[in-house]
Design a binder for this molecule. Structure first.
Ligand code: NAD
Ligand code: MG
Ligand code: MG
Ligand code: MG
Ligand code: MG
Length: 343
């Protein structure tokens, strides 16, 4: 394995001047949109939120004290357009805003899919950048309010002005990300690693591992309740340990028996065969095959997506899990009310 370490930027690397007299249009007021709009506004940056006229978020944005306009109006007014509508909607929204992009403006993203796979082709006289917090929007907002930061990514796809990076760093500072650290990457690297990660490990790999484990136990005659606890519920405890202290903390925290069993059997389950499949999955991400499939799937009205999603909901582990989580609901409510009492 080869490795080349990334550059990480912090608050002191950013100069507020690169953004302070500019207007930022934040398109969308969902997970990322509400956090970017509110954090930038609190940082004293001029913000206008761009929403459809019938958007249910219109009132929420205005209640937060933000100016709201249609995406076309917001983009025309702005120097920096932060595109934070869902990735599948971005090409259509781009058609509404493209006339508002003037030479020297910035088109900014929080994920590289549409630029990297050519679904949006910006004019050559605008900057194209990415500031992507590495966490859901509610945490980006909560951390900012607590005076803390959320780690993020920075990438420059097109630097028409020569100041794209300085401006992106200032945006990251206003968003609070530079307090924690902003890792430099490229649109290609961000997009391909994000897709691979969610397919092979995070969303696809893990759910498949959980389902196969559950099915193996239930088919062998063990109770669905026991199978659920072992293969799904306990996963959170293991992941929390890895999140806090890496593999070492996880192995140290489980029993020696679990450690020996895991170390000897893990690689037999997720073996060279799985590794080969991972390489194929990565190849389909790299050569654009997955992107084409997903774009076509959306154009066709998502038939496969809908059917697979339904099948997943109908898996036995879902009904067993729902019942068992009900049993736990009281203990979580109790813990939450204890937390509140302490606040
Ligand atoms: P979201 O689904 O939470 O919100 C999207 C918002 O866009 C909606 O709330 C709505 O206000 C608006 N919207 C939807 N359809 C629209 C349309 N047709 N026209 C105009 N506005 C419309 O989206 P999100 O999860 O915040 O994702 C935004 C971007 O941030 C994406 O590029 C995503 O990949 C990226 N991102 C998300 C996360 C995350 O954790 N959610 C993390 C990093 C990056
Ligand atoms: Mg403009
Ligand atoms: Mg990701
Ligand atoms: Mg993703
Ligand atoms: Mg056990």
């Amino acid at each position: 394995m080869s490795e080349e370490r990334a550059t990480i930027y912090y608050d002191e690397d950013a100069d507020r001047k690169a953004i302070e007299n500019k207007t930022v249009a934040v398109l969308g007021y969902g997970s990322q949109g509400h956090a970017h709009a509110q954090n930038l506004d609190d940082s004293g940056i001029n913000v206008v939120v761009g929403l459809r006229e019938d958007s249910s978020s219109w009132d929420a944005a205005e209640d937060a004290g933000l100016a709201v306009a249609t995406p076309a109006e917001a983009a025309a007014e702005a120097d920096i357009v932060s595109v934070l509508v869902p990735d599948t909607v971005q090409p259509a929204v781009y058609e509404q805003i493209r006339d508002g992009l003037e030479a020297g403006d910035t088109l900014q993203f929080a994920h590289g899919f549409n630029i990297h796979y050519g679904q949006i082709e910006p004019p050559s006289d605008v900057d194209v950048t990415m500031i992507a917090p590495k966490s859901p929007g509610h945490l980006v907002r909560r951390n900012y309010e607590a005076g803390e930061g959320t780690p993020g990514l920075l990438a420059i796809y097109q630097d028409a002005t020569g100041t794209a990076k300085a401006e992106a760093l200032a945006y990251a500072q206003a968003l609070g990300c530079a307090r924690a650290g902003v890792v430099e990457t490229t649109f290609r690297e961000e997009t391909e690693t994000d897709l691979f990660g969610e397919q092979a490990v995070l969303c696809g790999g893990v759910t498949s591992l959980v389902k196969h484990g559950y099915e193996t136990l239930v088919d062998a005659g063990y109770s669905p309740e026991m199978a659920y606890f072992e293969c799904m519920n306990e996963l959170k405890l293991i992941v929390d340990l890895m999140y806090e202290g890496g593999l070492a903390e996880m192995w140290n925290s489980v029993s020696d028996t679990a450690e020996y069993g895991g170390l000897t059997r893990g690689d037999q389950i997720v073996d060279e065969h799985a590794r080969d499949r991972m390489e194929e999955t990565l190849e389909a991400v790299q050569n654009g095959e997955f992107a084409r499939e997903w774009v076509m799937e959306n154009r066709a009205g998502r038939p496969s997506y809908t059917q697979r999603r339904q099948a997943e909901m109908n898996h036995d582990i879902e009904s067993v899990g729902a019942e068992l989580r009900e049993l736990f609901a009281w203990s979580e409510e109790e813990a939450e009310s204890e937390d509140e009492e302490q606040e």
